[in-house]
Design a protein around this ligand. Sequence first.
Ligand code: AMP
Ligand code: MG
Length: 398
Amino acid sequence: MSLTLTLTCFSAFVSYIKILPQPFIYFVSHRTCILYSNCFPTYHTCLTYNLTVQCFCFIKRLLQLYFSIAGNNSVYMIMSAPHARSRVRKDDDEIIIDPVYHALSRINGDINRMTKPQLQHHLNSNGLNEKGVKEVLMKRLKNYYKKQKLHMKPSYVEGMQHYPYLVVLDYEATCEQQNPQDYLHEIIEFPAVLIDTTSTERMDVFHSYCKPTLNPQLSEFCTNLTGIQQSDVDSAPDFTTVFTNFETWMNKHDLFAPRKCAFVTDGPWDFSRFLNIQCCLSEIKYPRWAKKWINLKKVYGNFYKLKKPKMMDMLSNIGLEFEGRHHCGMDDATNLSRIVQRMLDDGAIFQFNERLNSGKLEVISEKEKALLSSYDDGNADVAEATAVLTTSLNHLHL
Ligand code: AMP
Ligand code: MG
């Protein structure tokens, strides 16, 4: 009895300090017990997963010791995760994979064999959206059953998103028909859409044009591409003012709080190039909130298993059409946020996948993703000028 109490306290403590998901210990009889974890890989990080396994091994040894003294050796270990067997040390061979995952794997197999009309029929009969290409429909149906099955488990953790809010952003910048590689783009449109990841609702919008200073006259090509008129930028505040206004907007929504939001962009250029160059030109310290971001193309491609999608493909694959004018920043951001909303509905998890490090674009590896859940991690104080940029700026005597 005292061992039961000790283990239960230990399990509660581990859960309380939020290192590990709570391991449950069921005493089936006074001679047999089952260890069980609510750890599953899409929510808990690899680190917590491995810690859970180690913690389980430790508890298991304690129990084995206890039972061997009591004259029995019945300890079962159940990990609610696929591949549990490969992750547990070899000597811990009494592993039973949770039956829910067996059931899910069977359902996924059935879904893989379905034709598009069959998928649409199943989605329809479950009251789900049936628009999109086959890959999208398969993912939607698999996630529906996954959610349903996991909901039945007492250990199901609601709300698997890493951030309560996403900010979808799409800059427009000055440009020429054939931009030279060291072309100094200036941001001329700054649109952002705030999305609540729980309700998937669009909560607010920030929008402003910015007056360029290095190239105040927009090229004809730029106006034709973006639809931004010379008068729009002439009457707009400069980037420094818009940047301050944007941070005030972020503050209004408490978005500077740790783990509160993540930025979503269509590719890496918005932050790694446009904002990076603009901060140098405007002599603004590169902001912490833009050090890491979510490249939507990558999340989309990985989630629906569709390769290198462009914005138009991303929309049409999920059965949506572009609304407004392509390359108008506000319309681009709005359409990207429609994609994000549909993906949230379909069960996609949004997590940082790119970052700027000493001015260089870096991809965040799967292993690192497990450890990164906030942009608030310290090393963001250095202005993010790349060597190329610094050279260009020196050349221009800025
Ligand atoms: P987008 O988000 O695709 O609308 O593009 C953002 C910015 O990239 C535009 O405002 C331009 O400065 C630049 N850009 C996009 N497409 C082109 C293009 N075809 N040629 C030159 N610059 C472009
Ligand atoms: Mg755009």
